[in-house]
Design a protein around this ligand. Structure first.
Ligand code: AMP
Length: 385
């Protein structure tokens, strides 16, 4: 079905399932390259809908919405993992879906994901799938405490997970959830050195690149800042890139794959999770690389050679959460910041700030990472006052 030599002509239509900020920035990149976009999202005028040619207002699990999307588009992608697999499979009967529904199936379920990683020889934190109370008892023997327990599917930004420091933290809610057959995964709770991620881009002809890894610092389980280059050795950087590349190739990826990893106290890299889509930790690429993660994905979807994604400068990305709007007496003064050299404010068109809601981000670039980091810390402290 796929003709590898055929670049989709400009004016072709790219369908994006999910209308959040990732879909928005993807759509903006598509427009720069001359393509049209259609968004499927239940909320009218969602962030991506605002900057697209058309929005289908429909539920992600609606087969009729999926049908409309495949009729209107030449290729379809998605911007989050909890996409309805049946709808995606239905769409893929008519047009190309990248990354493949099979990759979505694996990455949207932590058990399938970790088992796949184990099968291809990629190192992960110790884990144990839980489908019954017997499994949970077994997990406590094998993993021990502290352990982190996560829902097998539908969790993101730390949602659906709980740290169990000892058996006293096991509550009725968890036990009842296991009894009603909700699937979980138990993981060894790591005391890691830092978290890094690598985004891999691979096109239909097998051309593959990895973006420079990013060091990620979270607050309340939500990404707070990304630091690029990460403050780790060259050897770790190169191992992280190789790991991501091997995983992408083993999955026969066509698209983007973000690979989140922990760097342990013993300088070992362990994979935490995979996301087959643009990733928050890759937002630095919009100002730190010639070809951003979004442009790279549009090139892949339209069957073009990949762009140059070498790092052009050191970058720090700060996430702007709704907390900034809610907790401060006045709105953050972003207009002034945007006029400064090497500071780039990106807003997502969300009217209503909420605690933990991603409203935008700021990229700060420099010739060296310490300058970018100092500047970023200054901006962060000014914004929260
Ligand atoms: P996740 O939803 O799996 O990406 O987890 C969100 C965050 O929780 C990660 O970025 C880590 O900071 C933390 N976390 C997740 N799994 C573990 C683990 N096994 N050990 C320690 N921290 C973890």
């Amino acid at each position: 079905m796929i003709n590898t030599s055929k670049k989709l002509p400009t004016g072709s239509v790219i369908g994006i399932i999910g209308g959040g900020q990732l879909g928005r920035m993807l759509s903006q990149s598509a427009k720069i390259l001359g393509y049209k976009t259609v968004i499927l999202d239940p909320v009218p005028l969602c962030p991506a809908g605002q900057v697209s040619d058309h929005q289908i207002v429909g539920n992600y699990n609606s087969l009729s919405a999926a049908n409309s999307l495949s009729n209107m588009c030449d290729v379809v992608t998605y911007e989050f993992e909890n996409v309805d697999l049946n709808c995606l499979l239905k769409i893929s009967e008519n047009i190309d879906v990248f990354p493949s529904p099979e990759i979505l199936k694996i990455s949207s379920n932590r058990i399938l994901e970790k088992e796949k990683l184990r099968k291809i020889g990629a190192p992960t934190v110790e884990f144990f799938p839980i489908n019954s109370i017997d499994d949970f008892n077994q997990a406590q023997k094998i993993i021990g405490f502290p352990m982190i327990i996560k829902t097998a599917s539908s969790g993101y930004d730390g949602k659906g997970q709980k740290l169990l420091k000892s058996e006293h933290d096991i509550d009725d809610y968890l036990i009842n959830s296991i009894k009603i057959k909700k699937a979980f995964i138990a993981e060894d709770f790591l005391d890691f050195n830092c978290e890094i991620s690598v985004i891999c881009a691979r096109n239909i002809e097998g051309e593959i690149i990895t973006f420079f890894p990013s060091e990620n610092i979270h607050e309340n389980h939500i990404l707070d800042i990304s630091i690029v280059p990460p403050r780790v050795s060259k050897k770790i950087i190169s191992s992280a890139r190789n790991l991501a590349k091997n995983i992408a190739e083993s999955l026969d990826l066509v698209g983007l794959l973000a690979v989140e990893m922990f760097l342990t106290k013993n300088n070992e890299l362990l994979i935490n999770e995979l996301a087959p889509r643009p990733h928050n930790s890759g937002h630095y690429t919009m100002n730190g690389c010639e070809t951003s993660q979004f442009t790279q994905l549009i090139k892949i979807l339209t069957k073009q050679p990949l762009g140059n994604s070498n790092l052009s400068c050191a970058s720090v990305m700060i996430n702007l959460l709704g907390d900034l709007w809610i907790n401060n007496s006045s709105k953050p003064n972003l207009e002034k910041l945007n006029k400064s050299k090497n500071i780039f404010v990106h807003l997502y068109g969300k009217d209503e700030p909420r605690i933990g809601r991603k409203m935008g981000h700021i990229n700060i670039t420099s010739n060296n990472i310490s300058d970018a980091y100092i500047k970023a810390m200054e901006i962060k402290s000014k914004l929260s006052n």
